[in-house]
Design a protein around this ligand. Sequence first.
Ligand code: MG
Length: 366
Amino acid sequence: MKITRLTVYQVDLPLEHPYWLSGGRLKFDTLDATLVRMDTDEGLTGWGEGTPWGHTYVPAHGPGIRAGIATMARFLLGLDPRRVLELERVMDQALPGHLYAKSPIDMACWDIAGQAAGLPIADLMGGGSRTGRSVASSVGARSVAETREVLARYRARGYIAHSVKIGGDVARDIARIRDVEAQRQDNEILLYDVNRGWSRAQALQVMRACPEVTFEQPCETLDDIAAIRPHHGAAVSVDESLVTLQDATRIARDGLAEIFGIKLNRVGGLTRAARMRDVALAHGIDMFVMATGGSVLADAEALHLAATIPDAACRAVWACQDMLTVDIAGGRGPRNTGGHLYLPEPPGLGVHPDAESLGAPEAVYA
Ligand code: MG
C-alpha cells in the first residue's frame, strides 16, 4: 500500500466561550485546525488533525503545521502508511523537531492501518478498553464566582473530571482552590492546572497552602519542578514539559511527577505517545490524555490512546468537542455520554469529517 495524495485543509474552530489561559493570560476565541486527508493506492483514506491550543500556549502554530507538511510531503508520498515507524523516521529526517506538525500525519497513518487491519486503532495498538473514559473539563475562569459558574455548566453536562486553570495571583489561586475543594463532589477527579504560571516561590506558597490537591505544570521548566519538589507535599502532573521520550524518562526516574499529561499533538502523535505511556506504566505514573485541542477527530485520537492504558491508570481524557460552536463530523464519532467517552468500534480512527464542512483544500500533494 502506498500514500498517493495528501490533501490539507485549514478550518477555524470557534470556541463557545472565549478562553483565558491560567490566571487570565492570553485570551483567545478560535482554534486554527489543520485537517489532513491521506489517500492510498488501495482505496483506503485516513484522516489526521493538528489543532494547537491557540498560538500562545506552547511552541505550536497552526500555519506551522501546514508549512511542515509542505516540507515533508514529497518524502511521504509512496510510503506504506501502515509502517508508522518508517514514516516517523522519514519525517524526522525531512524535518527535525516540529513534532506538532508530524502528529496529523501519524494520526492519518494509524487510521489507515486500523482500517487495513479491520480494527479500531486502540485494538491495533494492542487492545483497547471498552470502559468509558471520564471526560475532563477545562475551567478557564478567573474569579471564585466565575469558577463556580463554569464548573456548574460542566457538571450539568455530566462531567466528573475537571481541570481548573489557576496560576495568576497567589492569594486568588488559593481562594479558588479552597472554594472548589469545599464544593467538590465525592466522585470528582480534580486537577489544578497552573500552565507554567508561577515562579518557584509562588508555586511553593500555593502548594504548601494546599498540599492535598494535584497541581499540573506549576512552573515553566522541569528544572523548576525538580527544584521545588523536595519542599512541598502536593502531587504533580506534567504536561507542557512532557515533549520527548527523554523528558518522560527523566520525570519518571527522578520522580518529578505522579501524573503524565500526554498531549498527542505536542508529542508528535500516537506512535511517540505510546512510548510515554509505557514509561509511565513502568514507573507507577497515572495519565491524563488529550489531543491538545480540536474537533471530535482529535478527541477520538486521544481516546484511542487512553483506551490502551489500564483503566486504573487512566485518570481522564480531556476533550474539546463541548467547547466548540462548529462540528465538522455531524455528530458522529465518540461524544460525551454522561461525562464519558466510549471507544468507537469501526476500524481505524472511527470518525471522518464531512467534506462540505472543510471548504476548499489549502494544499494538495500528489
Ligand atoms: Mg495542562
